[in-house]
Design a binder for this molecule. Structure first.
Ligand SMILES: [Ca+2]
Ligand SMILES: [Ca+2]
Ligand SMILES: [Ca+2]
Length: 165
């Protein structure tokens, strides 16, 4: 220990200085990183949590909840009818029928191979009412999902019956 003290001290000093500056730099870096991390955590905590929740939900096949009102649905179906009725005569004739879409064909109540506007709107609102399990005039994504798997025992609800009469 006593031999070469100067050299040792020199080395120690040099090492200490080096360590000191390295440590300072490291501290500064850590401080900066901590600060950035804290800032990021403060800012992104919620969105990160949401993203994680979304990813877990997506993995479970969950669709974000949505609500469609009967009026909105009617409007959507009306636009669909207008798109299909290319010549605008208020009838979806056989040649205007979308190929491979058997659900539109289901709406042809009198079986003449054509779907009139009233057949279309009444039929599609029937679909809506069948999906609207709690009959509050709105179909949530949950109701839509469960209507795919289970059919209610009564296909029509009082609202649809009133409209038909
Ligand atoms: Ca037409
Ligand atoms: Ca018809
Ligand atoms: Ca409902």
């Amino acid at each position: 220990m006593k031999h070469g003290t100067t050299g040792s001290i020199g080395t120690l000093n040099w090492t200490r200085n080096d360590k000191g500056s390295t440590a300072e730099m490291r501290l500064a870096t850590i401080g900066l990183a901590l600060g950035t991390a804290l800032l990021a955590t403060a800012c992104n905590n919620h969105s990160e949590e949401k993203q994680e929740a979304d990813q877990r939900a997506a993995a479970a096949g969950f669709v974000p909840p949505s609500v469609t009102s009967r009026v909105d649905f009617g409007g959507m179906m009306d636009r669909r009818f207008r798109t299909l009725d290319r010549d605008g005569n208020d009838i979806i004739t056989a040649d205007e029928m979308p190929s491979g879409n058997s659900r539109i064909r289901e709406l042809d109540r009198n079986g003449d191979g054509e779907v009139t506007h009233s057949e279309f709107s009444e039929g599609t609102l029937n679909w809506f009412d069948r999906m609207d399990l709690n009959r509050d005039g709105a179909v949530t994504s949950e109701e839509r999902e469960s209507s795919r798997t289970e059919r209610p025992t009564t296909p029509t609800n009082p609202v649809a019956l009133n409209n038909a009469n």
